[in-house]
Ligand binder design. Structure first.
Ligand SMILES: Nc1ncnc2c1ncn2[C@@H]1O[C@H](COP(=O)(O)OP(=O)(O)OP(=O)(O)O)[C@@H](O)[C@H]1O
Ligand SMILES: [Mg+2]
Length: 509
């Protein structure tokens, strides 16, 4: 088969001396879906940015359709027929969904004015064609990260690129949405397109890809036909050991309610009830999992629970204390940890260092400041380095800027900070988004330890495998309502949850 793209001996060294790609050679065959997998920081995104003209390699050659090319910037790449969905979403926050979709390919009236009617027509057509429902008239900044991910994918699909790079497009899609995407990708392949697909979900790689390249520590160590491998073999090649994908053993001891929500309602700016009469409690030693398709109120629920939005009515208790209306800072002081779904918006200060990001919620506490009220940087460095080691955060130093870390490693900084904050309640939204199988296993074990130590955890995840693996009990949310509760989940499968998540079935409360 002919190659659409050949990378030969690519070397990329960042300014800070990190060698992200070491002599990487990969051939991408035309009309295939080619997966690239590897641990956080293995160099996948860097390589993709090189293909898309956003990073320049120090050494190596790129051949596109048989010709040696010099891709100087992303405009060059787009002109050549290359499209890319980035791991960190790149949409313009102040524009609407339709405007973002059309950016750069705007239809004009009389050659000058934006043809708004045409814009809506075109975007509606694309949204139908590719099966991605998106609210065309809403501003990006008002949307959850899952919906933004849909928009970003749609945007690239609409541009009719020949080679489509998808850097973790499914990290926050539910299985149902992923299925829709995969159908489109297969159609595109059948229409002659080529796709490079990055994912930490090896099940997806098995399902969709023809070839898989494993990257490790900056090198491409092997490329194989996917049908010759299974998930466990791919995981083993990535991390060099066996990974446990099994559900964690059930709870032994459950205590008193630590986190209780009563009759919670939330009316949105558009006057729509996004949350309707939500009731649940999470006891000490339990993990309550929330299953639901993105956009059914999960984002708003977590924001209300963590003080980022105010409920329209209803009450929230930590233990016996009513915390309704508390600010995020006051809620944290009640020993509530929060892993936010959008790490870049609510989780981190991207230009600050790892250390600064770790101490941001605790600088006022005793041992982080010394007697003279100054920050005790020695202690801060030591505790940051302990977390870097425990969570295997890949960085040259605890003083490195957060922005220089790979996506998964940024997520690890947030999780490390939250899990080490000595919480009694953990509110975890998409806790392992973008995290590799090895670190996912570690975080799952830590959430289990937290559970066994009597912490109450409220877990929201688009990844149903994760919800099923960790939860003690599960609630399903659809259209802002809890439509089903599963108290014994031992024999529950994705197929059992699906009809509730899609609103086809509803359990009488
Ligand atoms: N702008 C940058 N400056 C300095 N180092 C960087 C920069 N971007 C990435 N790196 C480093 O390069 C290495 C590879 O990062 P890259 O983002 O390519 O990894 P990845 O395989 O995509 O990981 P993930 O699965 O977490 O997304 C990492 O060690 C990372 O810290
Ligand atoms: Mg990456």
């Amino acid at each position: 088969m002919e190659n659409i793209l050949s990378l030969k001996n690519i070397v990329k060294i960042y300014q800070n001396g990190v060698i992200a790609n070491k002599d990487v050679s990969i051939d991408i065959e035309k009309h295939t879906i080619h997966a690239i997998v590897g641990e956080n920081g293995a160099g996948k995104s860097t390589l993709m940015k090189i293909i898309f003209g956003e990073e320049v390699p120090q050494e190596g050659e790129i051949y596109y359709k048989g010709k040696k090319v010099n891709i100087k910037n992303s405009l060059d790449a787009i002109k050549m027929g290359i499209g890319m969905v980035h791991q960190q979403l790149m949409l313009a926050p102040d524009l609407t969904v339709a405007e973002n979709l059309i950016l750069g390919i705007e239809p004009l009236r009389y050659g000058v004015f934006l043809d708004l009617k045409k814009i809506i027509e075109l975007t509606e057509e694309a949204s139908k064609k590719f099966g991605f429902k998106v609210p065309l008239n809403k501003k990006i900044s008002n949307l959850s990260i899952g919906i933004r991910q849909r928009v970003e994918i749609l945007k690239v699909l609409m541009r009719n690129a020949e080679l489509i790079i998808l850097d973790e497009p499914t990290s926050i899609l539910t299985p149902q949405e992923t299925e829709v995407l995969f159908k489109s990708l297969k159609d595109l392949k059948n229409h002659g397109k080529t796709i490079i697909f990055i994912s930490h979900k090896l099940k997806e790689v098995k399902l969709i890809a023809d070839k898989v390249t494993v990257m490790r520590d900056g090198r491409a160590i092997s490329t194989n036909d996917v049908n010759r491998l299974d998930e466990h073999m791919i995981a083993h090649m990535m991390v060099g050991r066996k990974i446990n994908f099994k559900r964690i053993p059930g709870v032994k001891k459950v205590g008193c309610p630590l986190f209780t929500v009563k009759n919670l309602n939330y009316l949105s700016e558009e006057n729509i009830f996004v949350l309707k009469n939500i009731n649940f409690e999470v006891r000490a030693g339990e993990i309550l999992g929330v299953a639901g398709v993105e956009g059914n109120g999960q984002t708003e629920l977590v924001e209300v629970l963590t003080g980022l939005r105010e409920a329209t009515s209803g009450k929230i208790f930590i233990g016996k204390e009513n915390i309704s209306g508390f600010s995020p800072r006051k809620i944290r002081e009640e020993m509530v940890a929060h892993i936010p779904e959008d790490r870049m918006k609510n989780g981190v200060a991207e230009h600050a260092t790892i250390e600064e990001n770790i101490i941001v919620d605790r600088y006022h506490k005793a041992h982080f400041s010394n007697k003279s009220m100054f920050l005790d940087w020695k202690y801060i460095s030591k505790s940051s380095n302990d977390l870097i080691e425990k969570f295997k955060i890949l960085t040259p130093s605890s003083k490195a800027a957060l922005l220089s870390l790979s996506g998964g490693n940024i997520q690890k900084v947030v999780v490390a900070r939250e899990l080490s904050s000595n919480p009694q309640v953990i509110i975890a939204a998409q806790p392992t988004r973008g995290i590799d199988v090895s670190s996912e296993e570690l975080i799952h074990n830590l959430l289990k330890d937290a559970r066994d130590n009597g912490i109450a955890t409220f877990l929201v995840s688009a990844d149903l495998d994760e919800v099923l693996k960790l939860s003690t009990r599960i609630i399903v949310i659809y259209n802002g309502e809890i439509v089903a509760r599963f108290d014994d989940i031992k024999n529950i499968t994705q197929q059992d949850l699906s009809p509730y998540m899609l609103g086809i079935k509803k359990k009488g409360d």
